[in-house]
Design a protein around this ligand. Structure first.
Ligand code: PXG
Length: 285
């Protein structure tokens, strides 16, 4: 059976799910999106993802044509239509079809797209042994140019960083901000553990406020750990006891090498492993 894709109120077979080549989502990356996960048929932190989507849209003057509650129902219905329990959901809102010019006033009919698919996981080896990542020369978008808090369809900033990472043989790349501070990875937030404290860059370092990041901060605090959102440098990363990344796709994944430096003892740390277990419990119970 072919996967069903939701486009603006109608479910289409994957082969028939089509969008205009005049859509400004395609022409200019003009639109917003979310990547979410479902566990046992329930979308993890659905409300938070929808809120971020509507906030991203608001920041770019994009009016999502349906109400939040209606979109929430559409996502759930699309999961059911595809019989997906544990899956990945891509929610997209484009500016809609218009003329061949930037002016969003000359578009009409923003498109709401819901793709639900089976999740393709990183190999379990990455979770057991940890990732190696590198810092790259492409800095994260300057917040005054395009706020990294907006999850827009224009991901070239992150894609260029990802290419640099891949060329160095790494599946994730660490991006700095315009001040040279640690920002985040191309599709994941970053955390350090240093002297028993959990450290992560603050939102105003110019990062996406990750939903998984928020969940992990809560988990760490409720297990009695101190969590500090503070500006961090590459030096802080190199001397950290532990390092891990968070994201809807990767969940919580250990990092054991950064820029060829071994982090801690080169194995996923105890606090990292504990948070992975707690995140598993949170999502699978
Ligand atoms: N930072 C950036 C730049 C992201 O794009 C995250 C952090 C983590 O946020 P959440 O809310 O997911 O905890 C993201 C989101 C993919 C993929 O296919 C991943 C993301 C976005 C788009 C695609 O791996 N990560």
């Amino acid at each position: 059976m072919s996967l069903k894709i939701y486009i603006s109120g109608t479910l289409y077979d994957k082969e028939d799910a089509k969008i205009s080549v005049y859509d400004h989502g395609l022409l200019y990356g003009d639109g917003v999106f979310e990547g979410m996960r479902s566990y046992g048929g329930k979308v993890f932190r659905h409300g938070e993802h929808l809120e971020r989507l509507y906030n991203s849209a608001k920041a770019i003057w994009l009016q999502i044509p349906i109400a939040k509650a209606e979109l929430e129902t559409a996502v759930n219905d699309t999961l059911v239509a595809n019989g997906i329990e544990d899956g990945y959901i891509r929610l997209i809102v484009t500016r809609g079809a218009g003329s061949l010019g930037l002016d969003p006033n000359r578009t009409s009919d923003p498109q709401v797209i819901i793709i639900t698919d089976h999740i393709s996981l990183y190999p379990t080896e990455y979770y057991e042994n940890g990732l190696e990542i590198v810092s790259v020369s492409t800095i994260r978008n300057h917040p005054d140019a395009l706020s990294p808090r907006v999850k827009s369809l224009n991901y070239l900033n992150n894609i260029l960083a990802k290419i640099e990472g891949l060329q160095a043989g790494c599946v994730e790349a660490l991006m700095l901000n315009h001040k040279g501070e640690i920002a985040e990875c191309t599709g994941d937030n970053i955390f350090l553990v240093s002297h028993g404290e959990v450290l992560t860059p603050p939102i105003d370092a110019g990062i996406l406020e990750g939903i998984t990041r928020d969940a992990v901060i809560e988990l760490a605090k409720s297990s009695g750990l101190a969590v500090r959102e503070i500006p961090l440098t590459k030096h802080d990363v190199y001397i950290a006891d532990e390092c891990f990344l968070t994201g809807s796709a990767a969940e919580v994944i250990p990092v054991v090498k950064v820029d060829s430096r071994v982090i801690g003892n080169g194995r996923p740390g105890t606090i990292t492993r504990d948070l992975i277990a707690k995140f598993h419990e949170l999502t699978r119970s």
